[in-house]
Structure formats: structure tokens, C-alpha cells
Design a binder for this molecule. Sequence first.
Ligand code: SAM
Ligand code: DTB
Ligand code: SF4
Length: 365
Amino acid sequence: MGKCPRSLVNGFDNIFISPTTILSFLAKFYYHKPMKFEQLKEIYELPFFELIHKAHEVHVSHWPEKEIQLCTLLSIKTGGCSEDCSYCSQSARYNTEIEREPLMGLDAVMESATAARDNGSTRFCMGAAWKGVRKGTKQFDDVLEIVRNVAGLGMEVCTTLGELGAEEAKQLKEAGVTAYNHNLDTSREHYPNIVTSHTYDDRLNTIRHAQDAGMSVCCGGILGLGETPDDRLKMIEVISEFNPQPESVPINSLMPMPGTPLAESSSVDIFDVVRMIAVTRIACPNAKVRLSAGRSNMSEEGQTMCFYAGANSIFYGEKLLTTVNPAIQKDLKLIEKLGINPLKPNPAMEAPGSECDKELSPCCK
Ligand code: SAM
Ligand code: DTB
Ligand code: SF4
């Protein structure tokens, strides 16, 4: 079983592979078999200490450097979204407290991105409350211009703009996007209980387009949408089957937003969050596992268990898209106490290669 470096995947369009790429490629040269639901369930149900010990072993063997990636989020276009995602404060369908704001101007985005870099972030993720983007529109051209400029700052550039077609994905990649965030959020079965304005397959198609364009994929989900543990594991099963596997997997805990259908949801037990981080680490050993929304409601001890179980990335900075996140100084103190170092930036990061002898996944429907 071998891995296809991107130059092979892309049809020999770039035969030259740098020595650094070869080294990191060799370091990660594990054929990782996707994990099936039954296996994931068996692991998920292990006694707690056995589970986190196993996940920690996988973690240190794949990520021996004791590092954590600090990523900053910025909502570049807020609210007024046509979609009905029942967790989201930015959906126009619900009466939430969020003020709509048009696409930010280049200067304001650059100010935030520069501040994020100066605060130690190595990844800057720009989110937009859109169903998706379309090539040739002024809005998309403006986003491309923003990406080109942010890409010059030396951080990894991530965007999350909703649905992408093949051409949009290609243009984003060319403009300098390193990673595209598009979450599956839950299982295929539970998805229609949460979102009806687009489908699970729509999500998978966008992921395929991002992969084909050579962007890394950041794909994960939310805990606390009224799903069962089985739904969570089914989502991880799908994600672990991606070929190429995602470069990062964000695990969000629902931030219940006033006015949304899920406003009154109860919070997820931290032990369940840790279990999911551990299973994700085992299922996607080469991915960064990002402890995402919800940290502001977690104790430092709870977060520490997540880091032990394999989380090696956080959103950093006092705001997520529309909600709160822990203070920067508090986060820095915690990671110092734990003896973990902020990961160095790698803006030249290449997307993970696919397994040559396996079908690409997800497949477009
Ligand atoms: N519109 C784009 C999309 O849906 O992909 C990008 C922005 S959307 C806000 C990005 C992700 O944020 C969602 O897929 C979901 O995982 C997460 N998210 C949104 N609202 C959340 C909430 N209230 N609590 C936790 N995670 C949330
Ligand atoms: C992801 O998985 N989590 C981030 C990022 N990708 C875009 C977003 C979290 C949003 C939390 C709710 C809010 O701030 O509105
Ligand atoms: Fe729109 Fe994304 Fe929020 Fe869904 S999650 S309502 S697509 S911004």
C-alpha cells in the first residue's frame, strides 16, 4: 500500500519534490487503514483510562514534538445566512442576537490577521456566513484578494465559506488558501434533524472539490446536537475514510445560541468530549485534532485531559466567529504549565497525499 504525493495525484504536474517534503512525507509514511464503526465503538467503550492511554500512545508516536497549533478565527462576513443549521447564530431563519455585517474590507482583515500573527497564531481562519461562493462574483473576487494578502503574512491560511465547486476551490488554492474547513458536523442519519437547506452529500461534494484542488481539508463536527454516541462515531468513520485523510479534525462542543432551535440544549459531559478526542486521535493519527468551540465552558483540567488524549490544536484569541473563547493570556499560561510549545508556522504545508491504490473519498454524487 503506498501513498500518492500530491504531484502524482495531480497528474505529474509538478515532478519536483523538495527535500523537506520528502522528509515530512517519510516521517508520516504510515498506511493508515480507515476505521469502521464497530472498531470505533469498541475503542470508545474501553474503560476511560485504557482509552486515553491508548490515544496518548498514538499521539506521541505520530506527534512526538509536544506542540500545539494556535489558530485564530475571524468572521469576515457575519450573519444573514440563508441556511437553517439549527445550531448557528448566523442563520437568517432564526431571531438571534447577531448583527448582520457585510464582507469586511481588506484593511480591517489585514489588521486582525497581523495581530493574530503577532500574538503567535500560525493559522488564520476566515469564516463567512454564506451557503457558498460562486466564481466571477464581486464577493468571491474580494475574498480572493483578501486571501492573497493574508497569505503574504507567513501563516497557514484557512477559509470556511460554505459550498465550493471545482473552479472556486481551484481559485482559492491559487490565491493561497492552505486549508479549507467544511464540517460534516454529525452522522448522515442525524444531519437532516439539524439542517434541511442542504444535504450531507452537498457537504461531501465540497470536500471532494477542496481535496481535488490540492487544499488540505479541515473537517470535523459538533458534539451536543442531540445526537447519540453512535452518531458521533459514524461521523468519525466517514472522516477516517477520506482519501486523502483530513489534515485537521475540529471537535466543537455546541455553544447554545439564544434564538436558535438548539438554544436550550444541555452541555456535553467533558468525559464524553475527551472520549471523542481520543477516538478521533486513534482514527486519524496524522491529523491535527483541534479542540474547537466550547473551551470557554471547560475547566483547565478538562482541556488538559483533551490534550493528553490527543488534541494538538486550539482556536486562540478571545472570539471564535460570534461567541467567546478563553483569554489569550489564560491559554498561554495553561500551555506553559503543561510544557507544550506553540507549533511553528508552516505556510508551505502541502495537503496530505492520497492512498494510490484506494478510491478517492468522498466521491462526488
Ligand atoms: N458557513 C460555513 C459552513 O457552514 O461551513 C462556515 C461557517 S460555520 C459557522 C463553521 C462551523 O462552525 C460549523 O460547521 C460548525 O461546526 C461550527 N459552529 C457553528 N455554530 C456553532 C455553535 N453554536 N457551536 C459550536 N460550533 C458551531
Ligand atoms: C470549526 O470547526 N469551528 C470554528 C471553525 N471551524 C470555523 C467555528 C466555531 C464557531 C462557534 C460559534 C460561533 O462563534 O459563532
Ligand atoms: Fe450558514 Fe454556515 Fe451558519 Fe449553516 S453553519 S447557518 S451555512 S453560517
